[in-house]
Design a binder for this molecule. Structure first.
Ligand SMILES: CSC[C@H]1O[C@H](OP(=O)(O)O)[C@H](O)[C@@H]1O
Ligand code: ADE
Length: 293
C-alpha cells in the first residue's frame, strides 16, 4: 500500500525552527513517556506535511544527557510521521571529514549511560534488529539533498554516541578512532533505537563542527567552535532539509522498517501488562491492536 510522506525533522544544535515550513503552527503533543523537548511545529513544505521538533527545545534548554528521546519519538509518531530526518552537530574523528562537511551516518556505537533506551519494558518485551540502524532510502535522498543545496557529504560513517555533556578526554578521542568511529556526538542514541522500535525509518545528517581533541598540538573543541560552525552552515542545513522534502517521490512506497515489530515481541499474550500495552498505543498500535490516541 502506498501512502503519503509525513516527514519528522529533528533539529539539532543551531536548528531550532524552520522558516521554510508553510502554514506553520506550534502544537504541544502529549506523550505517556513524559515531556517532549518542545511543541512540534506542524506545517508543510510544498505538498508534503512536515513536523519539526527542536531536539533541545527552542533556546537550547535541554541538556543532551537529560533529553527524553522516548517522549520525542513517541510524540512524532503520534503526530503522524512516517519517516524521520535528524540533524546533528558532530565532532570529526577523521582528517578527511573537515568542519562544514555533512556526514550521512550509517552506523552507531552507543556509549551513552543511564538513558531510557527502549519503549518495551517488562510486561511487553521486544527485541528489534539494529544491525542496519539507518534507513538507506532516506539517507541516500538526504545525502543527495546536501549536494543539491551546494554542500559536501560523506555517504556513510560511524557515529560514536557519548554521554556528555562534557566533551571527551584526548585518551577517549584516540580510543574512539581506534574503535573505527568516524564522528562523535551526544544525542543520536538512543534516538535511533527508539525510532526503529516505533517503526519509523530514520536518517541522520551530521554536520561536522570541529575536530574534537585527537589532533596533535591542536586546541580541543569548545562549545563556541561548534556554535560558530553551526551558524556558518545553518543556511545550508535549512536548504538541505527543504530540498530533501521537495525531492521526495509523490507517493511513499512501503519500507521494511514500517513492519520492524513483526516477530520482535517475545512476551506471551497472556503475560502482557495492560498498562504497558496502553502506553504503546502510538508506538506499537499496529501490532498490538491498541487504539492510537
Ligand atoms: C553544542 S555542542 C554539543 C551538542 O551538540 C550536539 O547536539 P545535536 O546532536 O542535538 O546537534 C551534541 O550531540 C551535543 O548535544
Ligand atoms: N566534539 C564533539 N563531541 C561531542 N559532541 C559534539 N557535537 C559537536 N562536536 C562534538
Amino acid at each position: 500500500m502506498t501512502k503519503r510522506w509525513v516527514i519528522g525533522v529533528i533539529g539539532g544544535s543551531g536548528l531550532y525552527a524552520m522558516h521554510a515550513i508553510e502554514d506553520a503552527q506550534w502544537i504541544a503533543v502529549n506523550s505517556p513517556f513524559g515531556t517532549p523537548s518542545d511543541a512540534i511545529l506542524f506545517g508543510r513544505i510544498g505538498e508534503v506535511q512536515v513536523c519539526f521538533l527542536p531536539r533541545h527545545g527552542r533556546g537550547h534548554r535541554v541538556s543532551p544527557t537529560e533529553l527524553n528521546p522516548r517522549a520525542n519519538i513517541d510524540a512524532l509518531k503520534r503526530a503522524g510521521c512516517t519517516d524521520l530526518l535528524a540533524i546533528s552537530a558532530i565532532g570529526s574523528l577523521r582528517e578527511n571529514l573537515e568542519p562544514g562537511r555533512f556526514v550521512a551516518v550509517d552506523q552507531f556505537i552507543d556509549r551513552t549511560q543511564g538513558r531510557a533506551s527502549t519503549f518495551f519494558t517488562s510486561g511487553m518485551v521486544a527485541h528489534i534488529s539494529m544491525a542496519d540502524p539507518v534507513c538507506a532510502r532516506l539517507s541516500g535522498m538526504a545525502a543527495d539533498a546536501v549536494e543539491g543545496a551546494g554542500g559536501t557529504v560523506a555517504r556513510g560513517g560511524t557515529y560514536l554516541a557519548m554521554e556528555g555533556p562534557q566533551f571527551s578526554t584526548r585518551a577517549e578521542s584516540h580510543m574512539y578512532r581506534q574503535w573505527g568511529a568516524d564522528v562523535i556526538g551526544m544525542t543520536a542514541m538512543p534516538e535511533a533505537k527508539l525510532a526503529r522500535e516505533a517503526e519509523l525509518p530514520y536518517a541522520l545528517l551530521g554536520m561536522v563542527t570541529d575536530y574534537d581533541c585527537w589532533r596533535e598540538g591542536e586546541a580541543a573543541v569548545e562549545v563556541g567552535d561548534v556554535i560558530a560552525q553551526m551558524h556558518a552552515n545553518s543556511a545550508l542545513a535549512r536548504a538541505t532539509v527543504e530540498r530533501f522534502v521537495q525531492s521526495l517521490p509523490a507517493t511513499r512506497d512501503p519500507s521494511p522498517i514500517d513492519t520492524a515489530l513483526d516477530n520482535a515481541i517475545i512476551t506471551a499474550p497472556d503475560a502482557r501488562d495492560p498498562a504497558v500495552i496502553a502506553r504503546l498505543d502510538a508506538v506499537a498500535g499496529r501490532v498490538l491492536g491498541a487504539k492510537t490516541a
